[in-house]
Design a protein around this ligand. Sequence first.
Ligand code: ADP
Ligand code: MG
Length: 702
Amino acid sequence: MPTDRAISLSTRLEDLPGIPARSIPGLRELGLSNLGKLVAHLPMRHERLEAEAPVEELEAGHIVSVRGEITATRVVLRRPQRFEAALMDDGRRLDLVWFNALYMRDKVKPGMRVRVQGKATKFGPGLQIANPKLEILKDDAEPVQSEARIRPVYSANERIKSPAIEQAIGAVLPLALPLLKDHLPSSLLSRHELPELARAYELVHTPRNEGDAEEGRRRLAYDELLLLQLGVQMKRAHLRERLRAPALTLTEAIDRRIRARFPFALTPSQNQAIAEIARDLSLSTPTNRLLQGDVGSGKTAVALYAMLTAVAAGHQAVLMAPTELLAEQHHATICTLLRDSKVDVRLLTGSRTDAEAVRAEIASGKAGIVLGTHALLEEKVRFKSLALAIIDEQHRFGVHQRAALRAKAQDAATTPHVIVMTATPIPRTLALTMFGDLDVTTIRGMPPGRAAVKTRLVPRSKRAEVYSFLRQRLDKGEQAFVVVPAIDSREQTDSAATVTGVKELVRELESGTLSTVPLAPLHGRMKPTLRTEIMDRFRAGEIRCLVATTIVEVGVDVPAATVIVIEHADHFGLAQLHQLRGRVGRGTTPGVCILLADEPGPDAPGPNPRLELLVKTNDGFRLAEGDWEIRGSGGFFDARQSGLSSLRVADLARDRELLELARRDARGWIERSPALAKPEEALVLRRMMKTFGTELGLVAVG
Ligand code: ADP
Ligand code: MG
């Protein structure tokens, strides 16, 4: 075995003193193969371990910790189903019960010595703990816990459990701490009263109390957010300083010509957005702007204005949509608006047979405005002179797609201006994080003459009434959508209910309530030609009702559609539901959105708060903030594709203030040192690249 002096962060577990050999395979499986990796395995959370007390001293109403022997167990099958056990300690009995957890019978057997923790309540003559935390004590049982303490909880696996990880880390931490070099300057740390890196690790792995654990976590969370923001700002600086985009000047004559194309006057909010965008486009600094506006707020008109600015200056513009349906719809809308103009509008999607010809027109510059899907990103798509790239519904694409579209410019020093549009309002916190490199324009309010949407939450037991209501509205000549979560029906594992699919629902409605109504299915497994045909017939009013999957979620714009019924509403995300209801009320008749909710299970705390929120507000921004509060960062916005998935410590809902701090600090830092190229910045640069380089697409920056 090497001496202490030879130990470094890359020393393998086998060569470290103090790690039990039986723990090593499990640790390795977790990817923790050396000292550095082991101590970087941070606790997911901390839990309080109460001081142990004998059963005799327990009091009802308190959280208690007790050890003893399991003397009897039984399973109760009648409701509520439960597993019960008796724990004996020094001749005194404590009852334990686990509800809806029959699997406990395989885990807890008479004769075992265990430690349990939970809230004691009165139970007959004695005490009971319901759903206690349980730890099975080995022969070499841990010593009695005589004082309450805080313990780290690590993500673990089948081979190794959290306490063994805690033990292994505890054993080697003193060796690792002196080796941990801080990458942040001490001035920054003292300004925010943050501990040094090594101290932070010590605090989270071996806290003496809650305060310790939080102090350590705070440093590591700030650190993580700062690295992310440094990356984001660095990318922005690179873009602004090294790359050039065509400066698109806008004359009054061009402005007038473009406006004449719209059959309506643009709203003040649209005009404001256009002014901001036009200013961006007139510079050779590449635009990188987020255009957000609620469903139906009129972003497409703004996008078209911008694209025509590019075309008027002799360049090309492209708009990429997340689905073929949406790309087709943009194509139809824009072709209508530009009828009899000199602008050539082209559509490029994966399923089109004329792709080859369209690519040729893109390459020759004949195609002025190009609409399409990610088929646009293919290598063989080359533009003659791309000045503007717009990405619709950015939340469905990742950072990479934005970069790929940028790379479609004619040479390496040039880039198109980029605008990303989203109708999924992004809470400010998130906008700052993932789009920290974007400027934000928001369209508020709706175009005039737009009737609002009323949303109703209806329990499944009233389903028949919902469909007879729908029938009445269809009989009046209105049109409707019925949306379900799946194409084929499926059993649910966690409840008795079956999820109805598109196909089955069409059969059900055709042979029942809607038997005389022309209706049609619409879903992603259909041939594109059939889909287009159905959409055209729906738009023409021949088909009155579409039974669809979420394929109609974005962009479908049929003003005569007034009612949308959403089956199994609780299966959809809030953002999706908001998008879906945006499909109705687009004309002058008020829209109605009916959310059919499955009956809540026996354990449900009550009505679904997310669906209630949807009923309460029509404002997508309020909805996003509200959902943010209910669910935290995993909610409204799908963070998975956005680079945020690599946040291990910071919790965006909880750490908003830290995020603001980190953002401000990163801004200042990158202003002073745009490439983090000073020798004393080598470590912070390396760690930033390692954590976020790939996700931010920073590798190419060098
Ligand atoms: P978004 O993409 O933001 O959801 P769209 O651009 O599709 O919204 O616009 C929704 C509808 O509103 C379209 O039918 C569009 O023609 C119409 N519209 C857009 N701007 C105006 C306006 N200023 N006045 C009247 N109608 C408008
Ligand atoms: Mg749109």
